[in-house]
Ligand binder design. Structure first.
Ligand SMILES: Cc1cc2nc3c(=O)[nH]c(=O)nc-3n(C[C@H](O)[C@H](O)[C@H](O)COP(=O)(O)OP(=O)(O)OC[C@H]3O[C@@H](n4cnc5c(N)ncnc54)[C@H](O)[C@@H]3O)c2cc1C
Length: 368
């Protein structure tokens, strides 16, 4: 299976690595780099504006455990632009044995087709055993696309990963059927084994200043066009949203808020707590707030320290996105609301009385 897959990939028109190899300039011509990367565990680092994102380090703690069990190297792969070697070294200090990076101004912003072409080229060349990415917007877009291109499987949104005794297969565990069961999935026939991991579902390893490893820069072949897709630029969200996946505090509102204007209460409270604003799908569907705020099965998975749910019933699809929150506070006037059952702190009351009171007390505390 592996042989036929590799042959199939070889027939593809990916040119970057091939051209460099032929010219003798490729870092991949270095067989020691190639050997150590072969059958290794890879984690896909993420960057924004030249800074590594926290998920890059979370993935390394997952990958380290798998690589140690398999007795192979752990390699952090970064596609992007402007990330300094000093920052890449941090990936080594926090678990990676080696960093492979392709950087170019054209790769500064995430473009699925372009990133996939680069990533598929690396996979073709190095043949990793496992590739883990974060279940962020870009990870969730890039990985299915890549899986199709390299003819392998993908398990999305894993909460647990392990290695099967005897076979060495990756065991990929994730919630299934709306979070009612945990399913463990393996990919025995195809390589690499691809999985995405929920952000904030693991802690980064502490930095070990004694750890050393190599950083290999692979030149970006400008002939790689990403199927004619071009990034013209990006704008920050106009409603001031932050990345709720990274937030430590989230105040979220649901349909019980009655109208979009009432999200002002949620925004004010979130602002006072230095947090982000979340929402249910019902609130988003009513255009009270934009989709990037949606939490749940078809929205984002969040793991804040505190999740305050205001007038949210606690449908299974919403719960699927908040289960890993450290502390859940539910404000709902229905004592039977499902979210009250899961919450660490339940406030049974009218959201239009509870939220202003809470705000008043927090303002008082903040002013002291
Ligand atoms: C395939 C699929 C995917 C989905 N994905 C998602 C998803 O990603 N995220 C998501 O959230 N949903 C998702 N849903 C929808 C989900 O099933 C629910 O419909 C939704 O979560 C309900 O949102 P809600 O809690 O805002 O509304 P409701 O269920 O209507 O709950 C409103 C709550 O507000 C309370 N309330 C009303 N007035 C007040 C008041 N004055 N004070 C206090 N409390 C009050 C009520 O008691 C009630 O509990 C999905 C559904 C499907 C089928």
């Amino acid at each position: 299976m592996l042989t036929s897959r590799v042959n199939l990939l070889k027939s593809r028109s990916y040119t970057e690595i091939d051209k460099l190899e032929k010219s003798g300039n490729s870092p991949l011509s270095n067989t020691s780099v190639k050997q150590s990367a072969k059958q290794a565990v890879w984690t896909l680092a993420e960057q924004f504006e030249g800074k590594l994102k926290g998920v890059s380090f979370e993935l390394l703690s997952r990958g380290r455990k798998l690589a140690d069990k398999l007795g192979v190297k752990l390699i952090s792969v970064l596609i992007g632009d402007g990330v300094a070697d000093a920052d890449l070294e941090q990936l080594i200090k926090q678990g990676a044995d080696r960093v492979l990076t392709v950087q170019d101004p054209k790769l500064a912003g995430f473009l699925c087709e372009l990133y996939a072409e680069v990533l598929c080229g690396l996979i073709k060349e190095y043949e990793p055993a496992v590739l883990l990415a974060a279940a962020t917007s870009s990870g969730r877009t890039l990985m299915p696309y890549t899986a199709i291109k390299v003819h392998t499987g993908l398990t999305a949104d894993c909460t647990e990963l392990d290695i099967e005794e005897g076979t060495g297969h990756l065991l990929q565990t994730r919630p299934a059927i709306g979070g009612n069961i945990m399913a463990t999935i393996k990919t025995p026939d195809c390589r690499p084994q691809l999985a995405t991991v929920r952000p904030k579902s693991s802690l980064p390893l502490p930095a070990d200043p004694k750890r050393t490893g190599e950083i290999t820069h692979i030149p970006f072949n400008t002939a790689v066009k990403g199927k004619g897709v071009e990034l013209k630029g990006y704008r920050r969200s106009l409603d001031g949203s932050v990345n709720i996946e990274e937030a430590d505090v989230i105040v979220a509102g649901g349909k019980g808020l009655k109208k979009g204007e009432n999200f002002a209460m949620i925004r004010e409270l979130a602002g006072s707590l230095g947090g982000a604003v979340g929402a249910t799908r019902d609130a988003v569907d009513r255009a009270w707030i934009s989709y990037p705020h949606q939490v749940g099965l078809s929205g984002k998975t969040v793991s804040p320290k505190v999740y305050i749910a205001a007038a949210i019933s606690g449908a299974i699809q919403h719960l699927a996105g908040i289960k890993t929150s450290e502390t859940i506070v539910s404000i709902n006037n229905d004592p039977e609301a499902m979210l009250h059952k899961l919450a660490d702190l339940s406030i049974v009351g009218d959201v239009f009385q509870v939220l202003p009171e809470l705000q008043k007390r927090i303002n008082k505390r903040n002013n002291h």
